[in-house]
Design a protein around this ligand. Structure first.
Ligand SMILES: NC(=O)c1ccc[n+]([C@@H]2O[C@H](COP(=O)([O-])OP(=O)(O)OC[C@H]3O[C@@H](n4cnc5c(N)ncnc54)[C@H](O)[C@@H]3O)[C@@H](O)[C@H]2O)c1
Length: 251
């Protein structure tokens, strides 16, 4: 049987890179789709030659089709982990003016349309896999607890992530017919490059807002949940919060 492959979007940094590292340790070959060539090369240097980087944007059909083709050439695509995503903050009517409509659409395009694009193109390939233990593949998407507790200034980000949560069940229902599961993880606060831009005082205050443990999550803890989801056939069509009990306040 050919080697299992995982396509990991946003796999060159943060949660995606930690997941790639963990899956590689378990014998799965990671194919990383990301926008930054420099980060892609750094990631492959860290993971070793079994990892493959494919430059591209999740919202662009040809980029994702190419990444899926590369994954097919590396072995059998058994898992997809969608970690590509961008943060965004702007009030609807803020001090610097009205929320840009284009920015709203761009965030939804990256985080929601991009996730769907990867799901559909990868599922088409996975649907041709020989079933192993009754399944052909598993897709894990990444939302955010902002999908449920969106804060001031998070209309675009929260809408994009709520869309990921909302499509999880219908995707699982569609793809159940071809023995593919779809699960979403909604992380709380995780210490990744995306969070490094915050000032230290703000980061410390945010850590104190988590009921238990009072700290930022580690990317390896996200990866650990992904590995569990991939291996547990009863988890399907569900969004799992991974947040230490955090419920975001209004601001
Ligand atoms: N870190 C957190 O606290 C946190 C919390 C909730 C949700 N998330 C979500 O987790 C996911 C991973 O975030 P992270 O914290 O690892 O941040 P990160 O910035 O390290 O990783 C995100 C990656 O996605 C890539 N990316 C963004 N848009 C893309 C696109 N259109 N096409 C291809 N690649 C694209 C970025 O270049 C980056 O490499 C994101 O979807 C983020 O919204 C993170």
């Amino acid at each position: 049987m050919s080697r299992p492959v995982a396509l990991i979007t946003g796999g060159t940094s943060g949660l995606g890179l930690a997941t790639a590292e963990r899956l590689l340790a378990d014998g799965t070959r990671p194919v990383l789709l990301g926008r930054s060539r420099a980060r892609g090369e750094q990631a492959v240097a860290r993971l070793g030659s079994a990892a493959v980087f494919v430059p591209g944007d999740v919202a662009v059909e040809q980029d994702v089709a190419h990444a899926v083709e590369v994954a097919a050439g590396c072995g059998t695509l058994r898992a997809v982990v969608n970690c590509a995503g961008r943060a965004h903050a702007a009030r609807v009517v803020g001090r610097s003016g009205l929320h840009s409509l284009k920015e709203f659409a761009d965030v939804v395009e990256s985080n929601l349309v991009g996730t769907f694009n990867v799901v559909r193109l990868a599922a088409e390939l996975m649907a041709r896999n020989e079933p192993v233990a009754g399944e052909r593949g598993v897709i894990v998407n990444t939302a955010s607890i902002a999908a449920f507790d969106g804060q001031t200034g998070q209309a675009a980000y929260a809408a994009s992530k709520a869309g990921v949560v909302g499509m999880t069940l219908p995707l699982a229902r569609d793809l159940g017919a071809v023995l593919i599961r779809v699960v979403t993880v909604a992380p709380g606060l995780f210490d990744t490059p995306a969070a490094e831009v915050l000032p230290e005082a703000k980061r410390a205050a945010l850590a104190q807002s988590v009921p238990h443990p009072r700290r930022w999550g580690r990317a390896e803890e996200f990866a650990e949940l992904v590995v569990h989801i991939l291996g547990n056939p009863m988890i399907n069509g569900e969004t799992i919060r991974l947040d230490g009990g955090l419920r975001l306040p209004a601001s």
